[in-house]
Design a protein. Structure first.
Lengths: 637, 252
């Protein structure tokens, strides 16, 4: 199949207007005749479900949590970007567009990114009207701060809890629609498959996490807003339950998977403290507004940081990237941290850590200002490490954080399966090979509030009178396949826990498909993953039954899918013989260790087609065409 | 450190349930409370016993999934902390720890330490929102809001809906949770048009499910986000105003 990105014609800044003017519409009285299934209720899912409910569609929303407000969007800390130019510092829609294209190392679509930048301003209006308590100046107007990879202040924030407040805005809008009866909520339901009828997505199969019942739900269209997949690394900043199952099942039903190797390793996380560690905790990038990153100049210098004089410290980001300094983009800051630790200058008990130091900022601004800006983050750091960041510098190290890759979608956010839409982190669309800070919230909400509710009408208009029921044989067959898989996991009767396998898989991925990758390492990883996966199905131990709440069974299904996805990530990383953004192949670097792209051969989106469990997936290439931006070597020096 | 745990095990809502005693050996002081339970669970699985079920997700104290009574106190001995952010350095070698699910009539047990908190969402559905359809919002800076007002609103909006306030309350009341939402929205200019309907509707639904508040203030003591009972006083004031005011004549 040829990949048609469906980018509208015309000049860049008029494409979205053109598209909206040409989409087919569903008349208001007909909207309630359509059932739309939304899976997930994070920023993208909750905003899409609420908005489609407001429009009059009949929405069914499924989440595996007890409440839609638990989705992992809630943990986003630092902020959300918007091209409001309230600071009069030269910002504009064009500049946000340009920064995002450049930040993504020229591997995203111009049309999508420009639409995102245009919609950014509407998101802030919407959120403020919903009661999101963004930080304000004394005059009562909205305040901004800076984030990595840009030289303007365009980030809106609510203390260190911006994701929470934006999600509560969307959640409250969703609860309002639930009360009005336009949205029906299915909490504690996990989606385990997509049902395809005559080539179109017409429903999903779920497992009720309380009763264990496996059920089919029919709809005229399905929207997946199920988040990212970096829990494939086991240790990541994602929530424990975050998983790839929904998008992976869709991949196995015909949706192409795009750029799986583009994963983001976030530079500022609390380092691992022991092998019991269950997850890593992010310290918001916003801290780099005021914190300075350094290591001792001398290898193996174990002195108390306070005793190391200025002259013996290496503020390596300020040294290497003078114009962006500590606000260098995430991929670059992470690699730089790894580099100094590889040189033996890392700090902390493991030697895998660098300092993030607030002493200068506290001297300059006073402790009270720092408390106001980052109080809750400093507290969280203190709770976890028992160290006081007001007194001693924070210790930080990079950790897996976000997946730029995801299901392939066209400009309308429809996957290669007609009727199957993908929103938020679950799709691949806007961030190229590296996402800039404070852009995930922007994309999730743009997709959910403003894109999917409009574009889905274009598809649904052609579906009038084509409703299917969950009694069709396609539903029964998919249900049987899901039930058989659940039975197989419960029946493996092995000796090892799911977690022990997941940790081992994570270690392989971190070693060979993490911050630095090589052809040799990736080939080795593919072998290791296959062996471990074979052992998993023979030797995993899942206790309990299928007809009751069973957390081990839930995990077992997710980890089984991570094994398959892990292999595809390595396959994708292996074919991309260049370095771009978060994908760093050691064979392809400049003399000073920066990522070296190869635009002649790799200026494309890789979209993988599933062809069977034991067959190689097929690679399809969507060429990236740059009409507006000139391709250049990314420089933050 | 080595610990003895007494954990509430209950297979399903209708099962009677009982405490089971487990050893937690060689626990690092830097491990979190939930990581300590992970270690115990790995040991149970190895012995062919089903793992202790408990809810958890972000493990950063923000999603509100986790929560258990630890020695009779919701979220354990350290104030202003969710269970996932409680670390084992606050315990000592040889400690005995009693672990129970949230205790409240409105929260029936689903399994072990997992309870059904859905009545809290019902309160939000009754009015915990500002009615504004997507697309109809005015320019964000068209309404200035005093910094102090937005900060107080944010203090209330920090609630994570974990349910600790209900679990710790001798009456099983949900006043702190409800009041936090009433204040978050009612303090802001955008929340004014629905201010009095909101408080009436939310309080009505709250009283369908939960006990009554007699100001023990246990909720405030265990709230992981340090939400103040001042907000309850504020909610009561709004509620009384809503009941007695001739709002039609006052134009509200």
């Amino acid at each position: 199949m040829d990949l048609d990105s469906k980018i509208p014609p015309g000049p860049l800044e008029k494409k979205w207007a053109y598209a909206k003017a040409h989409y087919k519409l569903v008349n208001p009285a007909n909207k309630r005749k359509y059932d739309v299934i939304v899976v997930g209720a994070g920023l993208a899912g909750a905003s899409a479900a609420a908005t489609m409910g407001e429009l009059g569609y009949n929405v069914k929303c499924f989440v595996y949590h007890d409440s839609p407000r638990r989705a992992h969007s809630i943990a986003a800390q630092g902020g959300i970007n918007a091209a409001k130019n309230y600071q009069n510092d030269g910002d504009s829609v064009y500049r946000l567009f340009y920064d995002t294209i450049k930040g993504g190392d020229y591997r995203s679509r111009e049309g999508n990114v420009h639409r995102l930048a245009e919609l950014s301003v509407d998101i802030i209006d919407q959120a403020v009207a919903q009661g999101v308590p963004f930080a304000r100046e004394y005059g009562g107007l909205l305040e901004n701060r800076s984030f990595g990879g840009v030289q303007v202040s365009r980030t809106f924030y609510a203390r260190g809890q911006t994701g929470q407040q934006l999600l509560l805005g969307a959640f409250q809008a969703l609860e309002r629609q639930i009360a009005l009866g336009t949205v029906r909520m299915f909490p504690r339901y996990e989606m385990l498959d997509v049902v395809i009828v005559d080539g179109q997505a017409k429903g999903i199969i779920t497992r009720n996490l309380v009763t264990g019942a496996i059920e089919g739900h029919a709809g005229d269209a399905v929207v997946l807003a199920t988040g990212g997949y970096v829990n494939v690394f086991y240790l990541s900043t994602n929530a424990k339950a975050s998983n790839a199952t929904a998008i992976w099942r869709a991949y196995k039903r015909g949706a192409y998977f795009a750029n799986p190797c583009y994963t983001q390793i976030h530079p500022t996380c609390i380092p691992q403290s022991g092998d019991y560690q269950s997850k890593l905790t992010l310290m918001s990038e916003s801290l780099r507004n005021d914190g300075r990153i350094w290591v001792p100049k001398q290898e193996g210098d174990k002195r108390n940081p306070k005793d190391i004089p200025e002259g013996e410290r290496d503020y390596y980001l300020e040294r290497k990237y003078p114009s962006f300094g500590n606000l260098a983009p995430r991929d670059i800051a992470s690699r730089a941290a790894k580099e100094v630790c590889d040189e033996g200058k890392g700090i902390g008990p493991s030697g895998r850590g660098v300092y993030l130091d607030f002493a200068d900022a506290i001297n300059r601004l006073g402790r009270k200002t720092i408390e106001e800006r980052y109080g809750n983050l400093f507290e969280m750091y203190h709770d976890i490490t028992a160290e006081d960041p007001y007194e001693a510098p924070m210790r930080i190290y990079p950790a897996p954080h976000y997946a730029m890759g995801g299901l392939w979608v066209d400009y309308n956010l429809m996957s290669t399966v007609p009727g199957l839409y993908v929103a938020g982190e679950a799709n691949f669309s806007d961030h190229g090979a590296n996402r800039l800070g404070a852009s995930a919230l922007m994309q999730g909400l743009a997709d959910g509030y403003f894109v999917v509710p409009v574009t889905i009408g274009d598809y649904l208009a052609g579906q009038l009178g084509k409703k299917v029921s969950a009694d069709r044989p396609e539903f029964q067959q998919t249900k049987d396949e899901v039930a058989a898989r659940v039975k197989r996991l419960l029946g493996a009767n092995g000796t090892r826990s799911v977690d022990s396998f997941h940790k081992e898989l994570g270690a392989i991925m971190w070693e060979y498909c993490g911050m630095a990758r090589s052809a040799e390492g990736l080939q080795k990883a593919i072998g290791l993953i296959r062996d471990l996966r074979a052992q998993y199905w023979k030797n995993v131990r899942v206790l309990g039954n299928g007809d009751e709440p069973n957390q081990a069974l839930e995990k077992a299904g997710r980890v089984a899918d991570f094994f398959e996805l892990a292999e595809l990530m390595c396959v994708d990383a292996l074919q991309r013989n260049e370095s771009a953004g978060g994908h760093f192949r050691v064979e392809y670097q400049t003399p000073d260790g920066e990522a070296k792209r190869n635009d002649d051969e790799f200026l494309y989106v890789s979209a993988w087609e599933y062809r069977g469990d034991d067959a190689q997936p097929a690679l399809h290439k969507e060429p990236l065409e740059y009409e507006e931006v000139k391709l250049a070597t990314r420089s933050y020096k | 450190m080595d610990l003895t745990l007494h954990v509430w095990r209950q297979k399903s809502r209708d099962d009677a349930g009982a405490f089971a005693t487990y050893k937690a050996a060689g626990i690092s002081a830097d491990a979190s409370f939930l990581e300590m339970l992970d270690i115990v669970n790995e040991g149970l699985i190895e012995n062919g016993q089903e793992a202790i079920h408990f809810e958890h997700d972000c493990r950063e104290g923000i999603c509100g999934s986790c929560g258990m009574m630890i020695n009779g106190v919701a979220h354990g001995p350290i104030g202003g902390t969710a269970t996932c952010q409680l670390h084992m350095r606050h315990f000592k070698d040889g400690d005995e720890i009693w672990i129970e699910p949230w205790r409240a009539r409105a929260f029936p047990i689903i399994k072990d330490l997992i309870v059904d908190r859905s009545p809290l969402d019902k309160i939000i559905q009754a009015g915990g929102f500002i009615s504004v359809n997507t697309g109809s919002a005015p320019e964000a800076n068209s309404v200035p809001i005093a910094k102090m007002v937005v900060e107080t609103s944010m203090d209330a909006a920090a609630c994570i809906e974990c349910g600790a306030c209900v679990a710790q309350c001798p009456n099983g009341a949900a006043q702190l949770f409800t009041a936090a939402k009433v204040a978050h929205l009612g303090l802001l200019p955008q929340g004014q048009p629905e201010r009095y309907d909101r408080v009436l509707n939310m309080v009505t639904v709250m009283e369908e499910y939960f006990g009554s508040c007699t100001m023990f203030r246990e909720c405030e003591a265990v709230c992981p986000k340090d939400i103040s009972t001042d907000f309850i006083a504020r909610m009561n004031r709004d509620y009384i105003a809503a009941r007695f005011k001739n709002r039609k004549a006052a134009g509200e």
